[in-house]
Design a protein around this ligand. Structure first.
Ligand code: ZN
Ligand code: ZN
Length: 143
């Protein structure tokens, strides 16, 4: 599967199977993407690669654990990496997390869950029947 930024300078490849497909409502995702929520997937680092544009990625480090990668030209937010263990929500250092909406074409799974649903915007209440969790799967809130 291929993911790309808006201008096309960066293209990523992910070899299925993906680990999950979830929509995150946390404040960090919302502010980072300027969107009410962000869909994420991940694959092991060895099944991830840059088709082109690795040198065009700019990194924003939001904490000692996490850096977010975006296109230096169009600003598309494409991925994040966990550089070390210890983050409260335990993102895995051996995975690459990719913004699933940047993947054009078929995906290898259906939507699994909404996460950090307690942080959602008050005007955004998707009624899609998909499981909605507090945190990254701490507690089922609704479906
Ligand atoms: Zn771009
Ligand atoms: Zn989030």
């Amino acid at each position: 599967m291929l993911a790309r930024c808006l201008c096309g300078a960066i293209e990523l490849s992910l070899e299925p199977p993906t680990d999950f497909l979830s929509i995150c409502h946390c404040r960090s995702c919302r502010l980072s993407h300027g969107a009410p929520c962000v869909a994420w997937t991940s694959v092991p680092r060895e099944r991830f690669g840059f088709v082109r544009g690795e040198d065009r990625v700019r990194w924003y480090r939001s904490s000692e654990w996490i850096r977010w990668g975006f296109c230096d030209t169009c600003g598309s937010r494409l991925l994040y990496l966990a550089d070390q263990e210890g983050h409260p929500e335990s993102p895995k250092t051996d995975r690459v997390y990719v913004a699933a909406a940047c993947i054009d074409g078929p995906f290898d799974r259906e939507l699994d869950a909404h996460v950090s649903y307690e942080e959602r915007l008050p005007w955004f209440n998707p009624a899609d029947g998909v499981a909605k969790y507090r945190g990254k799967g701490v507690e089922l809130i609704s479906s």
